[in-house]
Design a protein. Structure first.
Length: 102
């Protein structure tokens, strides 16, 4: 829901963002990590390991198909190239560091 009330008040989204920023300033990012971990543990206890396998397979397939449909094959080619170049650079830096150390 993003419509504003008659009077120019905040949208629900804006209010949520404002509240989230306030909580982040007050408690820090560790707070979100903590409550996320607790939620994950509660979900695991309630639904078991199989639940995560089931939603992972479903979400991964749907997400991959959506990305493919949105960006096309050239997107995968470009990110593959970027990843390959990054790995090549890291290997070269590792070799230089090893040569300096010996």
């Amino acid at each position: 829901m993003t419509t504003k009330k008659n009077g120019g008040g905040m949208t629900v989204r804006e209010a949520g963002q404002k509240g989230g920023e306030t909580v982040k300033r007050k408690y820090g990012p560790e707070f979100y990590e903590s409550i996320g971990r607790k939620g994950g543990q509660a979900t695991k206890a309630a639904h078991g390991h199989e639940f995560y396998e089931r939603i992972g397979k479903k979400g991964g397939k749907k997400g991959g198909e959506a990305t493919r449909d949105r960006y096309g094959p050239s997107f995968y080619e470009s990110i593959g190239q970027k990843g390959g170049q990054k790995v090549k650079k890291l290997i070269e830096e590792g070799k230089k560091a090893a040569a300096k150390a010996s």
